[in-house]
Design a protein around this ligand. Structure first.
Ligand code: G3P
Ligand code: CA
Length: 251
């Protein structure tokens, strides 16, 4: 059984102030420092067509600005600070995907790019993201996911070699057929639906299982014991210890 990988969800975003503002460079740098095996992030497009990293379609929760991200140019978004839940970080700019890739050149971590095309469909996001990944030599390290499976289908159509994971919130009825139809290499299910039977079935059909979002340490241990391929966590330092077999303090 391969060792379970630890993927930092929105970087080392954490449950509390000991971590960093989600989906920002400090959170990504912290995830690398904490020994994560990979980083998950969310991408959207600015009004002038730049790929930026942000989870919500509106910037109110994470920045000192208001409104829809899609209505701002990159230059305008860069004026805001995206450290709202962590004011101790001072001004933190919204990162572009290009800035993130530049930082990641100094390591070999996996990158899970989630295309945020579920609420707003960003025309061209798939193609722009693929082009940038190729341009910056990141392609082999990327796993693309989205709740919008049409986006993944489109991505595969543009680049048949792109690795995709079906991200979802409810259980599929037909595990072997549905991911096969989209030529996915993995499924990314929520923690709530993961059972031993489910994992066995996915693995029997050749699909990696990457589980989101696993923050309680006892659940991290359960994922390791069940042999999931990776789990997404806001606390990659805890995840690192548990994936390495340090179960101290877990009842
Ligand atoms: O990719 C796993 C997880 O990030 C999906 O949910 O809402 O955090 O993007 P969300
Ligand atoms: Ca996400």
């Amino acid at each position: 059984m391969a060792k379970t990988k630890v993927w930092a969800h929105r970087g080392a975003s954490g449950w509390d102030k000991q971590y960093a503002p989600e989906n920002t460079m400090p959170a990504f740098e912290k995830a690398v420092a904490m020994g994560a095996d990979g980083i998950e992030l969310d991408v959207q497009l600015t009004r002038d067509g730049e790929i930026v990293i942000c989870h919500d379609e509106k910037i109110d929760r994470t920045s000192d600005g208001t409104g829809w991200l899609k209505d701002y140019t990159l230059k305008e978004l860069k004026q805001f600070s995206f450290s709202k839940p962590h004011p101790e970080y001072g001004k933190v700019e919204i990162p572009t995907l290009e800035e993130f890739f530049a930082m990641m050149r100094s390591n070999h971590l996996t990158v899970n790019i989630e295309l945020k095309t579920g609420v707003i469909y960003y025309d061209g996001l798939e193609e722009k993201t693929l082009n940038l990944a190729h341009k910056m030599g990141m392609e082999s390290r990327i796993l693309y996911s989205s709740f919008n499976h049409y986006s993944l289908q489109k991505l595969k159509h543009i680049d048949p070699k792109a690795k995709i994971a079906l991200l979802y919130g409810e259980r599929f009825i037909d595990i072997p057929d549905y991911p096969k139809h989209l030529d996915a290499v993995a499924v990314n299910p929520p923690l709530a639906i993961v059972t031993e039977e489910y994992i066995t079935k996915c693995h029997a059909h050749g699909y990696a299982v990457n589980v989101w979002v696993v923050d309680p340490r006892v659940e991290m241990k359960r994922m390791v014991d069940l042999g999931v391929d990776a789990f997404f966590t806001d606390c990659p330092d805890n995840g690192r210890k548990i994936a390495d077999g340090d179960f101290s303090g877990i009842i």
